[in-house]
Ligand binder design. Structure first.
Ligand code: HMG
Ligand code: MG
Length: 311
């Protein structure tokens, strides 16, 4: 089932102000699962990744090479990568905060990594145990070495639209921190609304303050129900890569106000309605999220998953 099957009016594809294709950066296996209190088994994680790949998702953020004490749910990252049946047409980025994480990733033949910085001092300390400036010093050798080894390096920037401890975050502060990450040599910068407080006008203001929107991606959590509207604002501003999580799983263990990411199914439904290509089989994806919800013992928060599974 898709928006097309309901015979609803659809926008004509590619009328100019919106992209004709969007890359979905699926973060469910990492951002989605990192916050789960009960440990999800390795077999379930591997099956989740395999089903997401089979549903047509070409980028699957698989896990994190962080300190296992900091994120116990992803303590099996090395095992997961060793056992993962990597498909040729799928990239499997992993989060890497420091050189120790990079060593682990390189040992397992990872080809794509993401560093993750904070736009605010407080979250840098809470999430990385580093000051705002120290975080860049930690990332710099990671990016240098990773690029030398031929890896693709993405950067995240958290708290771009508000911080639970510091409140409002100035647009200039976001741009300055984001440029520092891009200037290290990251191919893309994903702007995170970690606690889901952004609204579309704010998104326009932040994106508009960067000179080159083509290197930006967006990462919206859906705490206040704004993630899809914010995504549309970002697409209109020229963004073509959108992070989302199957079934709306997610949160951040070091930002208590964070709930799940924008659900991939909700994103796909909107993209279909807008005539924008994405390459995902919505039925297969919904079946995967319904299965994952069973594994986790609670329903998916995605509106589209609920609507299409009669839940
Ligand atoms: P630290 O305690 O300052 O680490 O943590 P350290 O450098 O002082 O090292 C202490 C010990 O940890 C050493 O071992 C290291 O070897 C070991 P010892 O010598 O004592 O035996 N160690 C490691 N072991 C395994 N893998 C590693 C590693 N690094 C050090 N990579 C650290 C600093 C960065 C490691 C820690 O703060 C950390 O792991 N933080 C990760 C937190 C996290 O994963 N948060 C969630 C992801 S971010 C997010 O969700 C936001 C995002 O979705 C975007 C958005 O929504 O905004 C991306
Ligand atoms: Mg996140």
């Amino acid at each position: 089932m898709s928006v097309r099957d309901l015979n609803l009016p659809q926008r004509e594809p590619s009328r100019g102000e919106l992209p004709s294709r969007v890359t979905i950066w699926e973060v469910g296996p990492r951002d989605g699962l990192q916050n789960e209190q009960t440990v999800v088994g390795l077999g379930t994680k591997l099956e989740f990744l395999d089903r997401l790949a089979a549903a047509g998702l070409g980028t699957l953020e698989a896990t994190s090479f962080v300190h296992p004490k900091w994120v116990p749910q992803l303590a099996d990252a090395d095992d997961l990568l060793a056992k993962l049946d990597r498909r040729e047409n799928v990239r499997y980025p992993v989060l890497v905060p420091n050189e120790r994480g990079l060593d682990r990733a390189l040992a397992l033949g990872v080809e794509s990594i993401a560093i993750f910085g904070s736009a605010t001092e407080t979250f840098a300390r809470k999430n990385l145990n580093r000051s705002f400036d120290e975080q860049f010093a930690m990332f710099e050798p990671v990016v240098r070495r990773a690029r030398h080894e031929g890896l693709e390096v993405r950067a995240y920037l958290s708290m771009c639209f508000g911080d639970p401890w510091e409140g409002a975050v100035a647009v200039d502060q976001v741009v300055t921190a984001g440029r520092r990450l891009l200037d290290m040599g990251c191919f893309q910068l994903s702007l995170g609304d970690t606690i889901g407080v952004a609204t579309p006008g704010h998104v326009e203001a932040v994106l508009g303050a960067f000179d080159d929107v083509t290197r930006l991606a967006v990462h919206f959590h859906d705490t206040y129900g704004q993630a899809l509207s914010n995504t549309l604002a970002a697409l209109r501003a020229g963004v073509t890569t959108v992070d989302s999580s199957a079934g709306g799983l997610g949160g951040c263990p070091y930002a208590k106000a964070a709930t799940g990411n924008l659900a991939t199914e909700d994103l796909v439904w909107m993209l279909d309605g807008l005539g924008i290509d994405h390459g995902v089989d919505l039925d297969a994806l919904v079946r995967t999220s319904a299965w994952m919800a069973q594994q986790l013992g609670r329903p998916s928060p995605s509106r589209v998953v609920k609507a299409l599974t009669g839940g």
